[in-house]
Design a protein around this ligand. Structure first.
Ligand code: SAH
Ligand code: SF4
Ligand code: F3S
Length: 448
């Protein structure tokens, strides 16, 4: 039996995809291995979101040459967003890559691997995008997980065309997956002992599954709030999370559903990208700062204990110091619990690449980014200090890195809490009191 080693880069969706890929290949008779040295095929599932993400993969591919020298039969395939973006160009530029396969073509992998073995010499690039593929009925093979939390992909693609973003080009049109298959997957996971699922999509708020009515018109459409309710009803002991919700579409209806089900986690990732209306317009984000703050206020109203996290980009085209200050002001106002912070990276093919100058100097981007990082560090620490003395229900996940005597878990707000092990067991819920904190972690102790 030939063995496959899968390495994953990029977002949660890519990690979910690798589990679909593992399912497709094991069903076709391939084995999975944990040691790359044993692999006949190394599959690298890649990300194209920023240039540094791609450089990392290029570096990795070159590094694998040495290993291929020792294992003559070892073949490398590049999958995912970088494969889709670069297509056969990638094989021309990296001559130890034998095939590329884009995000909608994974069902072709068994045939591609066989073809590589036959060394038929054909051009091995499967990069066609689909308007319907959701891999809905494939039961993912869970890779490297803890057996407690898992991802469920609920939709694919994106057509928001934010000016800076490559995703619409690498992942194609937006399409939703049949809710029945989503609920079934969540139920199976719960029965297997999982206690947390994260529903994934680039903009989960636009999830929509239409049911054909008698006249052929759409009725009984399942939107994201209905889907969340259905998944939450699988079991009160199953935590439900989701990512990512686009601020333009975050509805009160969703917040109402969240408030109704205590097992839907009190944590919303709401990427803002910039605190300046001029930048937001240029980015094609389709909301203003005022709209965004109104959504934040709505979250606080429906879910007073909800944490809010974000993504932000420093140094987008023509960003002035004033625009940058506006971002810092917004951060002070919202007081995020966590933020993913990036320097703008120009991506080929995007609207910005065609029409907007990448005109902020690299050092200035770095300076602005560092300012945001420093501010967010202070805010996160202040937020965490307010947690000291509070008690939370924690889903115990495993041993802490620091010591075998300590376990860690997360509260509903997705904050990590480290505490003394005592009789606690991973995969169960325990009440933990927060005793102290750092900017990244809460330290606590079991109650009872
Ligand atoms: N669909 C999500 C984001 C997915 S990409 C949303 O719309 O919110 C994750 C994050 O990467 C984005 O939120 C953005 O902050 C960042 N990002 C995307 N393209 C980028 C680029 N060209 N340069 C820097 N950061 C980028
Ligand atoms: Fe990219 Fe915008 Fe789509 Fe998010 S919503 S994936 S940032 S185009
Ligand atoms: Fe990267 Fe593709 Fe995800 S570009 S962020 S792996 S959708």
């Amino acid at each position: 039996m030939e063995k496959v080693f899968i390495e994953t880069y990029g977002c949660q969706m890519n990690f979910a995809d690798s589990e679909v890929i593992a399912a497709i290949l094991t069903k076709a008779g391939y084995g999975l291995c944990d040691e790359i040295e044993e692999a006949d095929f190394v599959l690298i599932n890649t990300c194209a979101i920023r240039d540094n993400a791609e450089q990392r993969v290029r570096h990795r591919v070159r590094e694998l040459r040495a290993l291929q020298g020792r294992h003559k039969g070892m073949r490398i395939g590049v999958l995912g967003c970088m494969a889709e973006r670069l297509q056969s160009r990638l094989m021309a530029e990296e001559d130890n890559v034998s095939f590329v396969c884009g995000p909608d073509a994974y069902r072709r992998l068994p045939e591609m691997l066989a073809q590589v073995r036959r060394q038929s010499g054909e051009c091995l690039a499967a990069v066609e995008l689909s308007t319907t593929e959701t891999y809905a009925e494939i039961e993912p093979v869970r890779l490297g997980g803890n057996g407690i939390s898992a991802y469920i992909s609920i939709m694919r693609g994106c057509q928001n065309y934010c000016a800076y973003c490559v995703v619409p080009y690498t992942r194609g049109r937006e399409r939703s997956r049949d809710p029945e298959t989503i609920v079934r997957e969540a139920r199976t996971l719960f029965e297997q002992g999982y206690r947390e699922v994260t529903l994934l999509g680039q903009n989960v708020n636009s999830y929509s599954w239409g049911v054909q009515g008698e006249q052929g018109v759409q009725d009984n459409t399942v939107g994201f709030p209905e889907l969340m309710a259905r998944v939450a009803e699988v079991d009160p002991q199953l935590r439900v999370r989701f990512a990512t919700s686009h601020p333009k579409d975050l509805s009160d209806k969703l917040l109402e559903v969240m408030a109704k089900y205590p097992n839907i986690c009190r944590c919303i990732h709401l990427p803002v990208q910039s605190g300046s209306d001029r930048m937001l317009k240029l980015m094609n984000r389709k909301y203003t700062v005022e709209w965004y703050l109104d959504r934040v206020a709505a979250i606080r109203r429906y879910l007073p204990d909800c944490s809010i996290t974000t993504d932000v980009i420093a140094g987008f085209s023509t960003e002035t110091l004033e625009d940058h200050e506006a971002t810092l002001r917004l951060f002070r106002k919202v007081r995020y619990d966590y933020a993913y912070m990036f320097k703008y990276s120009l991506r080929e093919g995007t609207y910005a690449w065609k029409h907007l100058a990448d005109d902020i100097a690299e050092e200035e981007k770095t300076r602005r980014l560092n300012e945001i990082i420093a501010l967010q560090g202070e805010i996160a620490l202040e937020n965490n200090r307010k947690e000291v003395g509070k008690e939370y229900e924690v889903l115990v996940e495993g041993e802490s890195h620091r010591s075998k005597e300590q376990l860690f878990g997360r509260n509903s707000q997705n904050k990590v809490i480290v505490f003394d092990r005592r009789d606690a067991v991973p995969g169960t819920y325990r009440r933990v009191r927060v005793d102290s904190c750092t900017a990244a972690t809460l330290l606590g102790s079991l109650v009872q």
